[in-house]
Design a protein around this ligand. Structure first.
Ligand code: DGL
Length: 275
């Protein structure tokens, strides 16, 4: 694994803010902690209002602005919108309102998929709102308009992951139902366009077979954050950053499920009450 190094030059020890509709964005935090170990993270899971994937773009925009306002209290130097649904609907308004870099998960995932596909057929899976927004399709076509994009909403995946049913027979059957149409149209690359889906990678690749490359945008986002901070001279040099975790609903559930996503303990989660 490549760990991004600190470089000599300007440093910025302010934290990076990350938000998601709930626990899913912790898959992004996991990559950030591994690859950018000197960065301090302030994570917010909007567990009181999850899921976003079934809500309208107007509502999600409002939530996204409130979440970013909360993170700004910590003087964050950059915000990662670690939620595909919020990234596909709210980046413009966030960039308008906040004067720091705002990084979404769509563009890095789309760019990666374009470099990986060989037959120019890319599958996208995500929530209803993400698929309906066509945000991935737009990003992919912007890079190469000859690529065929096939999208499929997989709404039942989110509750299955939250229930911890990542390897059950029922999960495999549901994955087959959702993914067969994409497989039969011969996509050779599949973007996991939802924060929860990396936990279903095994089941998904059992259905798609080895020849379909699976893109998990958590990796690509981390790379994008590194590139932006490098360009701005804004990497941190904190030896032992103290990460902070917040949820908008009771933290017990957030911690229990969140630890599965993060792959490590969450010891200091706090509830926030602005919602
Ligand atoms: N975080 C959402 C996403 O990545 C999935 C959960 C939800 O619907 O809020 O699209």
């Amino acid at each position: 694994m490549r760990v991004f190094n600190r470089k000599n030059g300007n440093m910025d020890n302010r934290p990076i803010g990350i938000f998601d509709s709930g626990v899913g964005g912790l898959t992004v935090v996991k990559q950030m902690l591994r690859k950018l170990p000197y960065e301090e993270i302030v994570y917010l899971g909007d567990t009181a209002r999850v899921p976003y994937g079934t809500k309208s773009p107007e509502t999600i925009k409002r939530f996204a602005v409130e979440n970013a306002e909360f993170l700004m209290r910590f003087k964050v130097k950059l915000i990662v919108v670690a939620c595909n649904t919020a990234s596909s609907t709210s980046l413009d308004i966030l960039r308008e309102k906040f004067d720091i870099p705002i990084v979404g998960v769509i563009k890095p995932g789309a760019e990666k998929a374009v470099t990986v596909t060989r037959n120019n057929k890319i599958g996208i899976i995500g929530t209803h709102t993400t698929v309906k927004s066509r945000a991935y399709e737009r990003e992919i076509k912007r890079i190469n308009k000859n690529i065929k994009v096939l999208s499929q909403a997989c709404p039942i995946f989110v509750p299955l992951v939250e229930e911890g049913w990542v390897n059950e027979d029922v999960t495999y059957d549901i994955a087959k139902k959702y993914l067969k149409p994409l497989v039969s149209k011969r996509v050779d690359t599949l973007v996991l366009g939802c924060t929860h889906y990396p936990l279903l990678k095994q089941v998904i690749s059992r259905v798609t077979g080895k020849n379909v490359k699976i893109i998990d945008s958590a990796n690509s986002v981390t790379e994008e954050v590194y590139n932006i901070l490098m360009a701005l001279g804004g990497l941190s040099e904190k030896r032992k950053p103290k990460h902070k975790f917040f949820a908008t609903d009771a933290v017990e559930h957030f911690v229990r499920i969140g630890e599965k996503f993060l792959g490590s303990k969450i010891t200091n989660a706090k509830r926030v009450t602005y919602v």
